[in-house]
Design a binder for this molecule. Structure first.
Ligand code: GLC
Length: 623
């Protein structure tokens, strides 16, 4: 026991100075800080021996995060297998996909009909009853750990549901509970705030405040009216929310996803996003984990422009988030598919190249949310593309309105005046599989499948942890049934939040089916990736010019090997000009190149074709 305590004490002593100065700098409240420290001690004492062991071994071998063997998948328990026990039964399928990092979408208690897909939590310590119990969650997590799968859970920290106990007390007039939120008697202050506040959901939930008729107050609601923003300027909020975070960590969760983190601090006269205090709060939470549960990683959900995203890594000495979504790469990939022009993506890769190797991104093509067109319009402006018409082009393309587009998506938060509509749809439907199957057009289907696989290969090549969106591995199409569901019809994100199609998945090994083309194609790529350390997240990545704007060239180097990834983003045969070398094709080991006389050689790719070429070389390839 004494030894166990000492780990806590050592880690506390290592970090106490910084923790104290950050905390008191924010709150000037010694009493609240004493409470915070006591809470950390409690959380550590409550941590199971097996998890403490995990903390120690992960700390000793932190390298696993950078491994090319990491592969994620995100899924909704209810859509995938009914409930948590169902997910546990289906773990062999998840293993078969090669996944060792599982993001279980929000599963804590959340009122039906006003849950925003689980992102309105009414109890941070209770699992939604239709999904199971906390006990089921712990069992599922242990089962995952036994299979070497890490588990990620959402921590919805910006707001609570209006049915959370704090919100209920606040409605009843309890001033202590009201002080946890932003409560006002009249519109004076909200009006001041609103001058600089953009709207998150301009169509589905306009405005940033909600008038509560029953108590005659106004409450801040940046997202939906039933999601009340928490006031982190109140130290009780930080204390209790950190306690909730550690409670989840103590259930065995390996990765905590900090939902909507840029929004958590509000200052009048600003847009209330990415304020310096947000970074202080995140660093405090990181230190809390470092002291109590050092194996737990923080994943920041920062859906912002690149210059706002990167600061959430903190500095190498004072890290904040361990991992961040590569949201810019995600939307730029879709832009690249629609424009058949790789210049922006190449530019982005060059920017990532300059970041410290320790920064870990999570790469993805699709997730549960919409695709927002947060592209680098400064850069695109250089090619004559301006923001509003370009967004319109992308939206027209991906909703199939553009002549010849095979894509089938739906718009999200479309307001003509704002000209900032976003987009929803599954990878398969956006790549044209839905349209080709509907039209029974085999050639179009082949092309769409090639595009889908090429995008996945591209995602697997990027530096960082690739994460599949459940259903994409078998080519699940848009689910239009939400149009008929009164609780879901107003939110088009539901188009890609359908039930997992187990019947379709049964075809995953049946040759000639869409499901097998994708599943087996992807499995091969994942297998290759896991075997080759040039895909490690700390292996440098750089853009390679192949003298064709329709082909993206990505270089990765590790040890004495260099990878060249080639991706044809157009539906036509395209030619790359690459360095002549004794390349080997990872996807077709029988094809070997011979280093010739010339320094450059031509290399042709079929429509939406891709290649992973590898060579032994001690020299670093020039971009
Ligand atoms: C995050 C979630 C999104 C949710 C929002 C509000 O952005 O990804 O689904 O609507 O937070 O909690």
């Amino acid at each position: 026991m004494a030894k166990r305590e000492s780990f806590f004490q050592i880690r506390l002593q290592e970090n106490i100075e910084e923790l104290k100065s950050l905390y008191l700098g924010l709150y000037h409240d010694e009493h609240a800080f004493a409470f915070f420290l006591a809470m950390l001690g409690e959380a550590y004492r409550a941590r199971k021996a097996s998890l403490r062991q995990r903390d120690l071994s992960r700390k000793e071998h932190p390298d696993y995060r950078m491994s090319q063997r990491m592969l994620g998948m995100m899924l909704y328990a209810e859509n995938f297998a009914g409930d948590l026990a169902g997910v546990q039964k289906k773990l062999p399928y998840i293993k078969e996909c090669g996944v060792n990092y599982l993001h279980l979408m929000p599963l804590l208690d959340s009122p039906e009909g006003k849950s925003d897909g689980g992102y309105a939590v009414s109890d941070f310590r209770r699992v939604r009853p239709d999904l199971g119990t906390m006990d089921d969650l712990e069992k599922l997590i242990s089962a995952c750990h036994r299979r070497d799968i890490m588990v990620c859970l959402d921590f919805v920290m910006n707001h609570t549901s209006d049915e959370h106990a704090w919100a209920k007390d606040a409605r009843q007039g309890d001033p202590v509970a009201q002080a946890r939120y932003f409560f006002y008697d009249n519109w004076d202050i909200p009006d001041q705030f609103q001058k600089d506040l953009p709207e998150v959901f301009p169509v589905t939930a306009p405005g940033n405040y909600t008038y509560l008729e029953d108590c005659g107050k106004i409450v801040m609601t940046s997202f939906f009216p039933f999601q009340w923003d928490l006031n982190y300027a109140n130290p009780m909020v930080l204390n209790d929310m950190t306690d909730n975070l550690l409670y989840l960590a103590n259930r065995g969760v390996d990765v905590i996803r900090l939902d909507a983190v840029p929004y958590i601090w509000k200052t009048c006269g600003t847009n209330c996003r990415n304020l310096p205090e947000v970074h202080t709060v995140v660093r405090i939470m990181k230190l809390a984990c470092e002291i109590v549960c050092p194996s737990v990683m923080l994943l920041g959900e920062v859906v912002m422009e690149p210059k706002e995203v990167v600061p959430y890594f903190g500095s190498p000495e004072r890290p904040e988030c361990d991992m961040l979504y590569n949201v810019t790469a995600m939307c730029t990939i879709w832009h690249t598919l629609a424009t058949r022009d790789v210049r922006l993506l190449r530019h982005q890769i060059e920017q990532i190249e300059n970041l410290p190797a320790a920064y870990l991104f999570q790469n993805y093509l699709r997730c549960h949310d919409d695709i927002g067109w947060g592209l680098d319009y400064g850069f695109l402006g250089g090619f004559g593309m301006s923001e509003a018409p370009h967004k319109k082009y992308l939206n027209d393309w991906f909703t199939g309105k553009w002549f010849g587009s095979p894509s089938r998506g739906e718009l999200y938060n479309d307001i003509e005046m704002l000209q900032d509509a976003r987009l929803c749809g599954t990878t398969a439907s956006l790549c044209g599989i839905e349209a080709a199957e509907f039209e029974q057009n085999e050639e179009a289907l082949r092309t769409a499948l090639a595009a889908d696989l090429m995008l996945h290969a591209l995602m697997l090549t990027l530096k960082g942890v690739p994460v599949l969106y459940s259903g994409d591995e078998i080519g699940m199409l848009n689910n239009y049934s939400y149009h008929e569901d009164p609780k879901r019809f107003s939110d088009s994100r539901n188009i890609h939040r359908g039930q997992f199609d187990w019947v379709l998945s049964e075809q995953r090994h049946t040759p000639g089916t869409t499901a097998s083309a994708l599943f087996e194609g992807l499995s091969d790529l994942i297998c290759i990736r896991k075997k080759n350390d040039v895909f490690r997240s700390d292996a440098p990545m750089y853009a390679v010019d192949v003298e064709n704007e329709r082909i993206l060239g990505i270089g990765r180097t590790y040890g004495d090997r260099t990878l060249l990834g080639l991706f044809n983003v157009s539906p036509e045969h395209s030619r790359a000009v690459i360095e002549t070398a004794a390349w080997e094709e990872l996807t077709d080991p029988d094809r070997v190149f011979v280093a010739g006389e010339q320094t450059r050689m031509e290399y042709w790719l079929e429509p939406y074709g891709f290649r992973w070429l590898i060579r032994k070389n001690v020299q670093h390839e020039e971009a």
